[in-house]
Design a protein around this ligand. Sequence first.
Ligand code: ZN
Length: 243
Amino acid sequence: MRIAVISDVHANLPALDAVLADIRDAGQPDAMWHLGDVVGYGPHPAEVVDRLRTAGALGVMGNHDAAAIGRIGTEWFNDDARTAIEWSTERLGAPHQAWLRGQPESRREADVTLVHGSPRDPIWEYVYSPPIARANFGAFETRLCLVGHTHVPLVFRDRDGRASAETPDDGETIELGSARTIVNPGSVGQPRDGDPRSAWLLLDTAACTATWHRVPYDVGATQADMRAARLPGRLIDRLELGL
Ligand code: ZN
């Protein structure tokens, strides 16, 4: 089974459309999975929900999604994030809210666990270091767990009780092998690894491989829509830096 995995779209429609085109160019996959934070930060919350719903994407709820539908309070977010979440909530119609509400905190598909943050704390925890990955290997039952939330492509493998980390490059294919592994595809709508291009990954469950892809998109178009919506300047500036 070939699965396109995306995460942290963050209401960035030009980025999502560039990724969807790249996924088609790579040969239509059997499924599309998303790892949450569909909305928040960006200027197109309703449009990205429509795209993912139409594409039949299966996924999980992120912290920004949970706040945008009122499931968690916005007091846990910094001022810029809170401003963007409150702006997003006003723009989500009943069908968009219902779709977001229907995303579980974790799910299991084809013997893979999907969460936004971490298996032991699906909404909030960031898996960004080997010690945190190691502490999470006991919190999921499948061999592979997909996470988002950090906006950085990463692979953590369980090596006899220790975790090793790898940072995959554009076009790199990683053999998943038999070790238990936590994999992060990176972010579609707000990459934070210094590369402003959108990230996604192709998971091949038969070949047991994951291949990372980076895709340029029209950052200026998203920034113009954010300016028109009067979203916070720091959120606009960071897109071109990939930070
Ligand atoms: Zn996010």
